[in-house]
Design a protein around this ligand. Structure first.
Ligand code: PHE
Length: 347
């Protein structure tokens, strides 16, 4: 039963009662019930306003205003109680559900560059700073470019140095070294001077062992010009070796043989482990071999389109996998392509 209210005193009593009850509302549910009981469309204030008709006309304006004021102040009280209640709920949850905002977040797992890519980029960056351009040559080659144009006729014994993967197409092979790229570069750029490096994969039909793989990368270097000398080759190799292996690295040149260079050299650096005193890595020689090199053979220059009486050049070829093995003590070349994350993650 809703009491009949139509005096100012009644309004005051109503206000007191409403506020007392509101103070006792400790849940959203109780609040909602209170709201509809007092402020709802059929609530006590609506009823109180309806009673206005029973008042003498002179009292109606004051009474109406009083009801409206009351309605407004109850609405505000309601809002206050509601936000106080919500804050309490949050405070209680914060107290009971401990959230340690200082805990480190979950690390997203990040990929990284393959050690072969890392070493390749490092090597290329060094040569790029010395003014070498990067040239990409094909991996599927023809016999002519891989051997013949490099001064190895079909029955030349030097072919035995490289066991070759042949394809079912006669004369089409997988390149055994990056040196055929020399021919492609020369034929493309002739008669301009050349200073390029050619990175890429090479293939050899060999027994796979800890020291030899059937695929591996090489970086070929080639410089051709009218005044390129052996001393330019030596200076280039020394600068490269110091940049990659450190300032105190000694470089040693040994005379060697390649069909496409004359004279030919093999390049050693002082052992990275023992510094030259002798250890198992350098097989007690104190030296580690890092590349083959030499002055471009006149026949090769001519095959590339350059007149060997006017032009000369140097070339070198090095193996990034071998260098990584020496630098980081990798014991087995097969680790490079075996995709073992335990190995790859160390770089
Ligand atoms: N192509 C040679 C090899 O694979 C390396 C080399 C390159 C030697 C250039 C001399 C000049 O062993």
């Amino acid at each position: 039963m809703v009491p009949a209210i139509c005096t100012m005193d009644d309004l005051q009593a109503l206000e007191q009662r409403a506020l007392d009850e509101l103070a006792g509302c400790q849940s959203e549910e109780a609040l909602r019930a209170w709201n509809s009981r007092y402020l709802g469309r059929q609530g006590e204030l609506t009823l109180a306003l309806k009673k206005i008709g029973s008042l003498p006309a002179s009292q109606r304006p004051a009474y109406g205003q009083a009801v409206n004021r009351l309605k407004e102040s109850l609405q505000q009280a309601y809002n206050r109680q509601q936000s106080a209640l919500r804050e309490q709920v949050i405070a209680r949850r914060l107290a009971s559900e401990a959230l340690d905002v200082t805990l480190p977040g979950r690390q997203p797992s990040r990929g990284r560059l393959h050690p072969a890519t890392q070493m390749m980029r490092e090597i290329l960056a060094i040569f790029a700073e010395m003014g070498f351009q990067i040239f990409h040559s094909r991996e599927v080659e023809d016999d002519l470019t891989n051997f013949e144009l490099l001064n190895m006729p079909p029955h030349h014994p030097a072919r035995d140095l490289w066991d070759t993967f042949y394809t079912t197409r006669p004369g089409i092979i997988l390149r055994t070294h990056t040196s055929p790229g020399q021919i492609h570069v020369m034929r493309r750029l002739c008669p301009q001077p050349i200073r390029v490096v050619l990175p890429g994969m090479c293939y050899r039909y060999e027994q796979i062992t800890p020291r030899s793989e059937i695929m591996f990368q090489q970086v070929e270097g080639l410089a051709v010009g009218t005044r390129v000398r052996l001393t330019d080759l030596v200076g280039t190799i020394q600068a490269f070796a110091r940049r990659l292996f450190g300032r105190d690295r000694q470089v040693r040149l040994r005379s060697s043989y390649f069909p496409f260079t004359e004279p030919s050299l093999e390049v050693d650096v002082s052992c990275l482990v023992c510094g030259g005193r002798g250890c198992s890595l350098c097989k007690h020689t104190g030296w580690l071999e890092i590349m083959g090199a030499g002055m471009v053979h006149p026949v090769v220059l001519r095959n590339g389109g350059y007149d060997p009486s006017r032009f000369s050049g140097f070339a070198f070829g090095l193996g990034p996998q071998r260098i990584t093995m020496l630098l980081y003590g990798v014991p087995d070349i097969r680790l490079f392509w075996s995709n073992d994350l335990r190995f790859l993650r160390q770089f």
